[in-house]
Design a protein around this ligand. Structure first.
Ligand SMILES: [Zn+2]
Length: 108
């Protein structure tokens, strides 16, 4: 599991500090990220997919990243969809420690 390496100021609000897991990560705080992905999703399969409690997005950068990817590209790969579902499931049934902030980038 990636661990935070350093903190950087949010590039949008220039106010909040952001935990950085890799240098490729865009420094954006949860607050600004939530604003960025707050557009309602209307396309049927995705509408259902993204219809999860708001706090899940607030807690998980991974979920925010997937939603942002959808909004940027208009669709998701099957891998992204299943990773999203798995992350949501894990948040509903926490196993051990918190896995919320896991930045799941390009593995598997
Ligand atoms: Zn911010």
């Amino acid at each position: 599991m990636p661990r935070p390496r350093f903190k950087q100021r949010c590039a949008i609000c220039k106010k909040n500090m952001v935990m950085m897991y890799s240098s490729r990560q865009f420094p954006i705080c949860a607050e600004c990220h939530m604003k960025r992905i707050s557009d309602p999703v209307t396309e049927p399969p995705y509408k259902k997919l993204f219809d999860i409690p708001r706090e899940f997005y607030e807690k998980s950068m991974f979920l925010r990243n997937i939603k942002e990817a959808y909004q940027r590209f208009g669709s998701l790969t099957e891998k992204q969809i299943s990773a999203f579902k798995k992350a949501v499931k894990d948040m509903k049934n926490p196993k051990k420690e918190k896995e919320g902030e896991e930045a799941d980038q390009g593995k598997e």
